[in-house]
Design a protein. Structure first.
Length: 182
């Protein structure tokens, strides 16, 4: 396993963690809250963002403008049934989601959820490190690389691991700040 591959896997893990953070609600409207919502459209499970334009006209509102007006009922139903916790209001043209202010208890729950996502990301990075180090040790045992090269590669993998875990920590700190800001 090459170091570049290891770093690429770790970068993808960090990006995945970031996407997870984006789906956590803060006190402000954010179109990425709706990323996980799928709508039953003509018998097919279709992502909401494929069926409508999603915008945030102000800090407390998300506006959803369907491309096909006949899909409004299905979009409303999908949002209502989702875990977003927002009630859609439909004016015949646009579906609006009003983002209520978060209570302090709900903020604490969301911080815990963010910490859990960050921990999952860090565990995934550590698993990548473990696999990479195992591969390096196998190469050393089969005499493909020397003991010194093996130690150098293992050090580089560890440094990469530390760097990517620090990135996840930074993302978590930023997200916690976003959640706790009233």
């Amino acid at each position: 396993m090459k170091l570049a591959e290891v770093q690429d896997h770790m970068q993808k893990t960090v990006e995945s963690t970031q996407r997870g953070f984006n789906t956590i609600r803060t006190g402000r409207a954010n179109a990425s809250l709706l990323d996980r919502i799928v709508v039953e459209y003509y018998g097919m499970e279709t992502p909401l963002k494929s069926l409508a334009t999603i915008s945030t006209p102000d800090a407390t509102t998300i506006a959803i403008q369907p491309f096909d007006r006949s899909s409004m009922g299905a979009i409303e139903k999908a949002i209502s049934l989702s875990d977003v916790g927002l009630t859609p209001s439909n004016d015949g043209q646009t579906i609006r989601l009003n983002i209520p202010p978060l209570t302090s208890d709900r903020r604490k729950e969301l911080v815990k959820l963010a910490a859990k996502l960050a921990e999952e990301g860090k565990v995934a990075v550590r698993n990548i490190r473990r696999d990479a180090i195992d591969a390096i040790r196998k190469q050393e045992k089969s005499h493909e690389i020397s003991e010194d090269e093996s130690r150098d590669l293992q050090d580089q993998v560890q440094k990469s691991t530390d760097k990517f875990i620090a990135k996840i920590e930074d993302l978590l700190t930023t997200k916690e700040k976003d959640i706790m800001t009233v």
